[in-house]
Design a protein around this ligand. Structure first.
Ligand SMILES: NC(=O)c1ccc[n+]([C@@H]2O[C@H](COP(=O)([O-])OP(=O)(O)OC[C@H]3O[C@@H](n4cnc5c(N)ncnc54)[C@H](OP(=O)(O)O)[C@@H]3O)[C@@H](O)[C@H]2O)c1
Length: 324
């Protein structure tokens, strides 16, 4: 089968097209014929090992100390199950699915195997594989932070900093779904996009500093690493939560040890890959409450260009790769 692999960390051109043996599913695994994968910031970090300051060692431990441990990138993929192991109970041959292996990677190939109890869910019927593949990375991260870590509730005032990216576009839509009033912060060119996915208020960070507008929020979610707890805290209501999706180790430690007043909290951490979250996102997509934003779609043989585009840090929502 065709696959994209890399042997050393570095710029996009470390990615090479190769022929690999098609995998065979173990008893508890499904074999997926992949139709679409994507270039997430997770793929960017696994390829480049460009980690937030202070996380270099953790990055090597996760992705491989002397070189990439998993040579096929791809944090998420969508496709059709074409074979199952004899102990598989939840899926059948012919099921259209999307999956989120996360740091285990594996989507940049024509086939992948995955244990049935990993993060796999049936593809919503109203989405193509190229749309469904983009449900996972941003969606599961935003859902985990907003619902599971922060306990978002109807009527909350929520600010999303970095509202136009993969996590941000999911967070805006999910916060709206949970009944929040949403402010999205992004650059000038993305104001219309962020408004179009449901933000009640948009703030252009190139001309306005939200922390000086006199507003306060129940939840501030930052996907950019540009906010500190000390800076965000002034814009939090009593019992407000600052969600640091991205940030350096120093920012996180300062947040943990900062004196907290008025019940305010700072929350960082990893958003795990969970099948339940994928099923929740698929259900929302089916009802029309959530639709992944697709910026560009590249064919698999343009993977180097796709990575170079994501390296700019300016993608809008998601960058998809058509495998089939
Ligand atoms: N904790 C976890 O488990 C977890 C999980 C997933 C991702 N992450 C991390 O979350 C971060 C975001 O991921 P992503 O996939 O959403 O990235 P992304 O798609 O590249 O989006 C980042 C966004 O940041 C915006 N931005 C850049 N500078 C900004 C500024 N000064 N103020 C406001 N917005 C700014 C950009 O929008 P404009 O072009 O409009 O500026 C861009 O859309 C990454 O660092 C990733 O590693 C963490």
């Amino acid at each position: 089968m065709k696959a994209i692999t890399y042997d050393t960390y570095g710029p996009p051109d470390v990615l090479k097209s190769v022929e690999l043996e098609k995998p065979t599913p173990a008893d508890n695994e499904v074999l997926v014929k992949i139709q679409a994968t994507s270039v997430t910031t997770g793929d960017y970090r696994a390829r480049s090992l460009d980690m937030p300051a202070g996380f270099g060692l953790i990055g090597r431990l996760v992705f491989g100390v002397f070189g990439p441990r998993h040579k096929v990138l791809g944090t998420e993929f969508a496709g059709e199950i074409v074979a199952i192991g004899k102990a598989v109970k939840q899926f059948n041959i012919g099921d259209a699915i999307f999956a989120y292996p996360g740091a285990a990677l594996g989507g940049y190939a024509q086939y992948a195997v995955l244990a049935e109890d990993k993060a796999i869910a049936r593809k919503p019927a109203n989405l193509t594989s190229q749309e469904a593949v983009a449900l996972s990375f941003g969606g599961a991260t935003a859902l985990n932070f907003l619902r599971d870590k922060a306990g978002i509730k109807p009527g909350d005032k929520v600010l999303i900093n970095g509202a136009s990216g993969g996590v941000g576009t999911a967070a805006v839509q999910l916060a709206k779904h949970f009944g929040a009033e949403v402010t999205g912060v992004c650059s000038t060119t993305n104001l219309d996009l962020v408004r179009s996915i449901g933000a009640d208020i948009v703030v252009d960070y190139t001309s306005e500093d939200f922390s000086r507008n006199g507003q306060s929020y129940d939840i501030i979610l930052d996907t950019t690493g540009t906010l500190s707890y000390a800076g965000a805290e002034k814009s939090l209501k009593t019992n407000g939560r600052f969600l640091m999706v991205a940030g350096s180790l120093g920012q996180m430690l300062k947040m943990i040890f900062a004196r907290k007043k008025d019940g305010k909290k700072g929350i960082a951490g990893y958003a795990p890959e969970l099948a339940e979250e994928l099923r929740f996102l698929a259900h929302l997509a089916e009802t029309g409450a959530y639709r992944p934003v697709i910026d560009r779609c590249y064919p698999m043989d343009k993977i180097v260009e796709a990575h170079a585009y994501v390296d700019t840090g300016r993608k809008r929502g998601n960058v998809v790769i058509a495998v089939d």
